[in-house]
Design a protein around this ligand. Structure first.
Ligand SMILES: [Cu+2]
Length: 320
Protein backbone atom coordinates (compact mmCIF):
# COMPACT_ATOMS: atom_id res chain seq x y z
CA UNK A 1 0.00 0.00 0.00
CA UNK A 2 2.74 2.38 0.88
CA UNK A 3 4.52 2.06 -2.44
CA UNK A 4 1.22 2.50 -4.27
CA UNK A 5 0.45 5.75 -2.50
CA UNK A 6 3.94 6.98 -3.27
CA UNK A 7 3.37 6.22 -6.94
CA UNK A 8 0.06 8.07 -6.89
CA UNK A 9 1.77 11.04 -5.28
CA UNK A 10 4.52 11.25 -7.86
CA UNK A 11 2.00 10.76 -10.65
CA UNK A 12 0.07 13.77 -9.39
CA UNK A 13 3.28 15.74 -9.28
CA UNK A 14 4.20 14.60 -12.75
CA UNK A 15 1.00 16.02 -14.18
CA UNK A 16 2.20 19.47 -13.27
CA UNK A 17 5.79 19.28 -14.33
CA UNK A 18 5.79 17.27 -17.53
CA UNK A 19 7.14 18.74 -20.73
CA UNK A 20 4.24 19.48 -23.04
CA UNK A 21 3.66 21.17 -26.39
CA UNK A 22 1.19 22.05 -29.11
CA UNK A 23 1.03 22.68 -32.88
CA UNK A 24 -0.09 26.29 -33.44
CA UNK A 25 1.59 27.01 -36.78
CA UNK A 26 1.09 25.67 -40.29
CA UNK A 27 4.14 25.65 -42.56
CA UNK A 28 3.18 26.62 -46.12
CA UNK A 29 5.74 26.95 -48.89
CA UNK A 30 8.50 26.52 -46.36
CA UNK A 31 7.26 29.51 -44.38
CA UNK A 32 6.11 29.33 -40.79
CA UNK A 33 2.72 31.05 -40.75
CA UNK A 34 1.52 32.91 -37.68
CA UNK A 35 0.42 31.20 -34.51
CA UNK A 36 -3.23 30.12 -34.79
CA UNK A 37 -3.52 31.80 -38.20
CA UNK A 38 -4.51 28.68 -40.13
CA UNK A 39 -4.64 26.31 -37.16
CA UNK A 40 -7.69 26.30 -34.92
CA UNK A 41 -6.75 27.43 -31.44
CA UNK A 42 -6.71 24.40 -29.16
CA UNK A 43 -7.84 24.08 -25.57
CA UNK A 44 -4.22 23.64 -24.53
CA UNK A 45 -2.92 26.79 -26.19
CA UNK A 46 -1.80 28.02 -22.77
CA UNK A 47 -1.33 24.99 -20.53
CA UNK A 48 0.01 22.73 -23.34
CA UNK A 49 -1.66 19.71 -21.76
CA UNK A 50 -2.58 16.67 -23.86
CA UNK A 51 -5.85 14.84 -24.55
CA UNK A 52 -5.91 11.43 -22.87
CA UNK A 53 -9.56 10.39 -23.42
CA UNK A 54 -9.84 9.03 -26.96
CA UNK A 55 -13.66 8.96 -26.67
CA UNK A 56 -14.00 12.71 -26.09
CA UNK A 57 -14.73 15.07 -28.96
CA UNK A 58 -11.44 16.76 -28.12
CA UNK A 59 -9.67 13.81 -29.72
CA UNK A 60 -10.77 15.35 -33.05
CA UNK A 61 -9.33 18.87 -33.02
CA UNK A 62 -9.03 19.69 -29.28
CA UNK A 63 -11.09 22.85 -29.71
CA UNK A 64 -14.12 22.27 -27.46
CA UNK A 65 -13.23 25.18 -25.19
CA UNK A 66 -12.27 27.60 -27.92
CA UNK A 67 -14.40 29.58 -30.34
CA UNK A 68 -11.67 31.45 -32.18
CA UNK A 69 -11.83 31.36 -35.94
CA UNK A 70 -8.94 30.67 -38.25
CA UNK A 71 -8.15 31.57 -41.83
CA UNK A 72 -7.94 28.97 -44.57
CA UNK A 73 -4.56 28.49 -46.26
CA UNK A 74 -4.30 27.72 -49.97
CA UNK A 75 -2.04 24.77 -50.73
CA UNK A 76 -1.50 22.88 -53.98
CA UNK A 77 -1.84 19.12 -54.13
CA UNK A 78 1.58 17.51 -54.37
CA UNK A 79 3.31 20.17 -52.30
CA UNK A 80 4.79 19.95 -48.82
CA UNK A 81 3.19 21.47 -45.77
CA UNK A 82 3.93 21.04 -42.10
CA UNK A 83 3.24 21.93 -38.50
CA UNK A 84 5.63 23.58 -36.05
CA UNK A 85 5.94 22.43 -32.45
CA UNK A 86 5.67 25.09 -29.76
CA UNK A 87 5.89 24.21 -26.11
CA UNK A 88 8.04 23.64 -23.13
CA UNK A 89 10.39 22.87 -24.73
CA UNK A 90 9.40 23.41 -28.38
CA UNK A 91 9.97 19.91 -29.65
CA UNK A 92 8.30 16.50 -29.62
CA UNK A 93 10.04 15.86 -26.36
CA UNK A 94 8.35 12.59 -25.55
CA UNK A 95 8.90 9.25 -27.27
CA UNK A 96 5.91 8.42 -29.44
CA UNK A 97 4.46 8.33 -32.93
CA UNK A 98 2.92 10.86 -35.34
CA UNK A 99 -0.15 10.65 -37.57
CA UNK A 100 -1.53 13.20 -40.03
CA UNK A 101 -5.15 12.90 -41.16
CA UNK A 102 -7.24 14.96 -43.57
CA UNK A 103 -11.02 15.35 -44.01
CA UNK A 104 -12.92 17.04 -46.84
CA UNK A 105 -15.56 19.57 -45.92
CA UNK A 106 -18.96 18.66 -47.43
CA UNK A 107 -19.68 20.37 -50.73
CA UNK A 108 -21.14 23.79 -50.10
CA UNK A 109 -19.79 23.96 -46.55
CA UNK A 110 -17.07 26.43 -45.65
CA UNK A 111 -14.36 24.46 -43.88
CA UNK A 112 -14.02 27.33 -41.42
CA UNK A 113 -17.48 26.51 -40.05
CA UNK A 114 -17.23 22.72 -40.30
CA UNK A 115 -16.63 20.58 -37.22
CA UNK A 116 -15.07 17.55 -38.90
CA UNK A 117 -17.64 15.12 -37.52
CA UNK A 118 -18.50 11.84 -39.19
CA UNK A 119 -16.63 9.08 -40.96
CA UNK A 120 -14.54 11.51 -42.96
CA UNK A 121 -10.90 11.23 -41.91
CA UNK A 122 -8.16 9.48 -43.87
CA UNK A 123 -4.49 9.25 -43.03
CA UNK A 124 -1.91 10.85 -45.31
CA UNK A 125 1.28 10.53 -43.29
CA UNK A 126 2.76 8.79 -40.27
CA UNK A 127 5.99 8.47 -38.34
CA UNK A 128 5.76 5.18 -36.44
CA UNK A 129 7.97 3.95 -33.69
CA UNK A 130 10.34 1.27 -34.90
CA UNK A 131 11.01 -1.88 -32.89
CA UNK A 132 13.43 -4.48 -34.19
CA UNK A 133 13.33 -7.03 -31.40
CA UNK A 134 16.29 -5.51 -29.58
CA UNK A 135 15.52 -1.81 -29.31
CA UNK A 136 12.60 0.49 -29.93
CA UNK A 137 13.28 3.81 -31.61
CA UNK A 138 11.15 6.90 -31.99
CA UNK A 139 12.07 8.77 -35.19
CA UNK A 140 9.67 11.59 -34.29
CA UNK A 141 11.29 12.27 -30.93
CA UNK A 142 12.65 15.80 -30.53
CA UNK A 143 11.46 16.97 -33.94
CA UNK A 144 10.65 20.68 -33.92
CA UNK A 145 8.40 20.42 -36.97
CA UNK A 146 6.74 17.71 -39.04
CA UNK A 147 6.45 18.04 -42.82
CA UNK A 148 4.47 15.92 -45.25
CA UNK A 149 3.07 16.02 -48.78
CA UNK A 150 -0.51 16.80 -49.75
CA UNK A 151 -1.17 13.79 -52.01
CA UNK A 152 -1.20 14.79 -55.67
CA UNK A 153 -4.19 12.47 -56.20
CA UNK A 154 -6.25 14.38 -53.64
CA UNK A 155 -9.27 16.12 -55.22
CA UNK A 156 -9.34 19.91 -54.96
CA UNK A 157 -11.52 21.35 -52.23
CA UNK A 158 -11.55 22.47 -48.63
CA UNK A 159 -10.07 20.22 -45.98
CA UNK A 160 -9.13 19.99 -42.35
CA UNK A 161 -5.66 18.66 -41.65
CA UNK A 162 -5.35 16.99 -38.25
CA UNK A 163 -1.93 16.25 -36.80
CA UNK A 164 -1.35 14.21 -33.67
CA UNK A 165 1.65 13.17 -31.65
CA UNK A 166 0.92 10.19 -29.43
CA UNK A 167 3.35 10.41 -26.53
CA UNK A 168 4.00 6.97 -25.06
CA UNK A 169 6.22 7.54 -22.02
CA UNK A 170 3.31 6.87 -19.62
CA UNK A 171 1.28 4.64 -21.94
CA UNK A 172 1.66 1.43 -19.94
CA UNK A 173 -1.75 2.02 -18.35
CA UNK A 174 -5.09 2.73 -20.04
CA UNK A 175 -5.52 6.42 -20.94
CA UNK A 176 -1.87 6.99 -20.17
CA UNK A 177 -0.93 7.87 -23.75
CA UNK A 178 -0.92 11.60 -24.40
CA UNK A 179 -2.41 13.02 -27.60
CA UNK A 180 -1.10 16.37 -28.80
CA UNK A 181 -3.48 17.51 -31.54
CA UNK A 182 -4.18 20.43 -33.84
CA UNK A 183 -6.34 20.98 -36.94
CA UNK A 184 -5.55 23.38 -39.80
CA UNK A 185 -7.92 24.66 -42.48
CA UNK A 186 -6.75 24.44 -46.09
CA UNK A 187 -8.05 24.98 -49.60
CA UNK A 188 -6.42 22.36 -51.83
CA UNK A 189 -5.87 23.43 -55.43
CA UNK A 190 -4.50 21.58 -58.47
CA UNK A 191 -5.96 18.36 -57.12
CA UNK A 192 -6.32 14.93 -58.67
CA UNK A 193 -9.07 12.35 -59.00
CA UNK A 194 -8.23 9.92 -56.21
CA UNK A 195 -10.67 8.49 -53.70
CA UNK A 196 -9.14 8.80 -50.23
CA UNK A 197 -9.65 6.06 -47.65
CA UNK A 198 -10.11 4.12 -45.46
CA UNK A 199 -12.25 6.68 -43.62
CA UNK A 200 -12.53 6.91 -39.84
CA UNK A 201 -14.23 9.20 -37.34
CA UNK A 202 -12.85 11.13 -34.36
CA UNK A 203 -13.82 10.05 -31.80
CA UNK A 204 -14.19 6.49 -33.00
CA UNK A 205 -10.90 5.73 -34.68
CA UNK A 206 -9.27 4.66 -31.42
CA UNK A 207 -10.49 2.72 -28.39
CA UNK A 208 -7.39 3.30 -26.31
CA UNK A 209 -6.65 -0.42 -26.25
CA UNK A 210 -4.67 -0.47 -29.50
CA UNK A 211 -1.24 -2.06 -29.11
CA UNK A 212 0.30 1.20 -30.35
CA UNK A 213 -1.54 3.26 -27.71
CA UNK A 214 -1.68 0.98 -24.65
CA UNK A 215 1.96 -0.06 -24.55
CA UNK A 216 4.86 -0.23 -22.16
CA UNK A 217 7.77 1.02 -24.24
CA UNK A 218 10.32 0.44 -21.47
CA UNK A 219 9.97 -3.07 -20.11
CA UNK A 220 10.00 -5.51 -21.59
CA UNK A 221 11.15 -3.65 -24.70
CA UNK A 222 8.45 -4.21 -27.34
CA UNK A 223 9.46 -6.45 -30.22
CA UNK A 224 7.16 -4.64 -32.64
CA UNK A 225 5.20 -1.42 -32.89
CA UNK A 226 1.81 -1.30 -34.58
CA UNK A 227 0.95 2.23 -35.69
CA UNK A 228 -2.56 3.23 -34.57
CA UNK A 229 -5.16 4.13 -37.17
CA UNK A 230 -5.83 3.12 -40.77
CA UNK A 231 -3.25 2.69 -43.51
CA UNK A 232 -1.78 5.76 -45.16
CA UNK A 233 -3.52 6.94 -48.32
CA UNK A 234 -2.51 6.62 -51.07
CA UNK A 235 -1.26 3.08 -50.53
CA UNK A 236 2.37 3.06 -49.55
CA UNK A 237 2.24 6.72 -48.74
CA UNK A 238 3.71 7.69 -52.08
CA UNK A 239 4.49 11.34 -52.24
CA UNK A 240 5.11 11.60 -48.55
CA UNK A 241 8.71 12.61 -47.95
CA UNK A 242 10.67 10.89 -45.29
CA UNK A 243 10.46 12.87 -42.09
CA UNK A 244 13.46 14.95 -41.18
CA UNK A 245 15.60 12.62 -39.14
CA UNK A 246 18.29 13.91 -36.87
CA UNK A 247 19.98 13.14 -33.63
CA UNK A 248 16.51 12.72 -32.21
CA UNK A 249 16.53 9.03 -32.97
CA UNK A 250 17.53 7.54 -29.68
CA UNK A 251 18.47 3.94 -29.39
CA UNK A 252 17.48 2.98 -25.91
CA UNK A 253 20.50 0.84 -25.31
CA UNK A 254 22.88 3.68 -26.14
CA UNK A 255 23.51 6.69 -23.92
CA UNK A 256 22.13 9.80 -25.60
CA UNK A 257 24.78 11.91 -27.26
CA UNK A 258 24.25 15.55 -28.02
CA UNK A 259 25.68 18.30 -30.04
CA UNK A 260 25.87 15.97 -32.96
CA UNK A 261 23.72 16.24 -36.04
CA UNK A 262 23.68 12.77 -37.42
CA UNK A 263 22.85 12.51 -41.07
CA UNK A 264 23.18 8.77 -41.22
CA UNK A 265 19.46 8.29 -41.62
CA UNK A 266 18.62 11.50 -43.40
CA UNK A 267 17.35 11.11 -46.91
CA UNK A 268 17.79 13.23 -49.96
CA UNK A 269 14.12 14.13 -49.87
CA UNK A 270 14.53 16.14 -46.71
CA UNK A 271 12.96 19.45 -47.53
CA UNK A 272 13.55 21.52 -44.47
CA UNK A 273 16.20 21.89 -41.89
CA UNK A 274 15.25 20.84 -38.45
CA UNK A 275 16.99 21.63 -35.26
CA UNK A 276 16.62 19.42 -32.30
CA UNK A 277 17.37 19.62 -28.67
CA UNK A 278 18.37 16.74 -26.53
CA UNK A 279 17.85 15.96 -22.93
CA UNK A 280 21.53 15.38 -22.32
CA UNK A 281 24.56 17.55 -22.70
CA UNK A 282 28.04 16.63 -23.73
CA UNK A 283 29.09 16.84 -20.11
CA UNK A 284 26.80 13.97 -19.21
CA UNK A 285 24.11 15.90 -17.43
CA UNK A 286 20.45 16.00 -18.38
CA UNK A 287 18.56 19.20 -19.18
CA UNK A 288 15.16 20.16 -17.80
CA UNK A 289 12.47 17.62 -18.79
CA UNK A 290 15.04 15.11 -20.00
CA UNK A 291 14.95 11.47 -18.96
CA UNK A 292 17.31 10.71 -16.09
CA UNK A 293 16.30 7.25 -14.96
CA UNK A 294 13.95 4.30 -15.14
CA UNK A 295 14.13 0.58 -15.76
CA UNK A 296 16.47 -0.23 -18.66
CA UNK A 297 17.54 3.40 -18.99
CA UNK A 298 21.29 3.66 -19.47
CA UNK A 299 21.90 7.37 -20.12
CA UNK A 300 23.10 10.13 -17.84
CA UNK A 301 21.32 10.32 -14.49
CA UNK A 302 22.55 13.68 -13.23
CA UNK A 303 20.36 16.70 -13.89
CA UNK A 304 21.67 20.12 -14.81
CA UNK A 305 21.43 22.59 -11.96
CA UNK A 306 18.97 23.49 -10.52
CA UNK A 307 16.89 20.52 -11.67
CA UNK A 308 16.55 17.22 -9.86
CA UNK A 309 15.67 13.73 -11.06
CA UNK A 310 12.04 12.91 -10.24
CA UNK A 311 10.51 9.44 -10.59
CA UNK A 312 7.34 9.54 -12.73
CA UNK A 313 6.91 5.78 -12.88
CA UNK A 314 9.16 2.73 -12.57
CA UNK A 315 10.21 3.20 -16.19
CA UNK A 316 10.68 6.92 -16.46
CA UNK A 317 12.38 9.55 -14.33
CA UNK A 318 12.62 13.13 -15.47
CA UNK A 319 14.70 16.20 -14.62
CA UNK A 320 12.39 18.85 -13.18
CU1 LIG B 1 4.59 16.31 -21.61
Amino acid sequence: MKSLSVLVAVAALAAKVSAHYTWPQLIVGGVNTSTWEFVRQTNNWQDLNPVTDVTSTDIRCFTSGESGTSSTATVAAGTTVGFTVVGNPSSLYHPGSVNVYMAKAPTGTDVASWDGSGNVWFKVFQIPAVADGVTIEFPSENLTEVNFTIPSQLPSGQYLIRIEHIALHLAESFAGAQFYISCAQVQVTNGGTGTPGPLVAFPGAYTGNEPGILINIYFPIPTSYIQPGPAVWPAGGSGAPAPPVSSSTIVKTTPPVTSTTSTAKATSTKTTSTTTSSGATSTGTVAEFGQCGGMNYVGPTTCQSPFTCSVLNPFYSQCV
